[in-house]
Design a protein around this ligand. Structure first.
Ligand SMILES: Nc1ncnc2c1ncn2[C@@H]1O[C@H](COP(=O)(O)OP(=O)(O)OP(=O)(O)O)[C@@H](O)[C@H]1O
Ligand SMILES: [Mg+2]
Length: 232
């Protein structure tokens, strides 16, 4: 079977012009993900884990390498050279991303944020509203928060909303950047339940977790990063 995601020789550096510095964040990384797999990336802070996910999601342009993604719509596609329009389509319909730090849109309520994510996939409005309430309840976001602006939420509340928004789309490929980092035990279990549910529905996942115990029970395989390269 052909992998759903195949990263070949990925490198990413940053030029800090004002400091005259060159930072090599990721060097010659290869990753292959089969459909339905849950693969983990571990490694110490600053080793380049988030950078890999951002390269896949198109937040960062890469300098070297290929990111082959098997899209339902476009077939085999190198994300490193995909057009802006293709990336926008994929983010709406196929590839989800839970970022390490939530940035919320101002003046959008929690409910609107999640409903909007569902409606992007051309779902009907009534169903979208039902799904929204279901997932907000699952993550035990208090009902009085549903129509409030997330800018005022606590860190954990923002995180749970961020996860809910990405998971409700049931993407084909889901990128998770430390989604449980600042959550309490019960909230972690809620995330785990939904990860397991998505796995059963065939979502492929690439996740970074610093909580190794949490990850070991879920992941099929693990890549360990050390200073931008994998150690096996
Ligand atoms: N936009 C950027 N501009 C400059 N340097 C960056 C940028 N993004 C990442 N880096 C650098 O690349 C390196 C890897 O960062 P990255 O965020 O990928 O690490 P990480 O493994 O996710 O760390 P953590 O576990 O702390 O989240 C770091 O040295 C970081 O400073
Ligand atoms: Mg990171």
């Amino acid at each position: 079977m052909e992998p759903i995601l195949e990263i070949q020789g990925l490198s990413k550096s940053f030029e800090l012009h004002n400091l005259g510095k060159h930072i090599r964040a990721v060097s010659d990384v290869d990753i292959a993900l089969n459909e339905g797999e849950f693969v983990g990336i571990t490694g110490k802070s600053g080793s380049g884990k988030s950078t890999i996910l951002k390269c896949i999601y198109g937040t960062y342009r890469i300098q070297e390498g290929c990111i082959w993604y098997h899209s339902k719509k476009f077939g085999r596609l190198n994300l490193a050279s995909a057009s802006e329009r293709q990336m926008l389509y994929l983010r709406k319909h196929e590839i989800g991303y839970v970022s390490q730090f939530l940035n919320v849109m101002p003046r959008t309520t929690a409910r609107q944020l999640v409903t909007h994510a569902i409606l992007e996939m051309n779902e009907n409005e009534k169903l979208a509203e039902e799904e929204t309430e279901k997932i907000l309840s699952h993550f035990e976001l208090a009902e009085e928060l549903w129509d409030s602006y997330p800018t005022t939420f606590s860190g954990g509340e923002k995180l749970r909303l961020n996860i809910a928004r990405a998971m409700v789309k049931k993407p084909r490929l889901l990128l998770l950047d430390e989604p449980t980092a600042s959550l309490d035990h019960d909230s972690k279990l809620k995330v785990k339940q939904l990860i397991e549910q998505l796995m059963n529905e065939g979502t492929t996942m690439l996740g970074i977790f610093h909580d190794l115990e949490f990850m070991n029970n879920l992941c099929d395989r693990e890549y360990n990063m050390q200073n931008g390269v994998f150690s096996m």
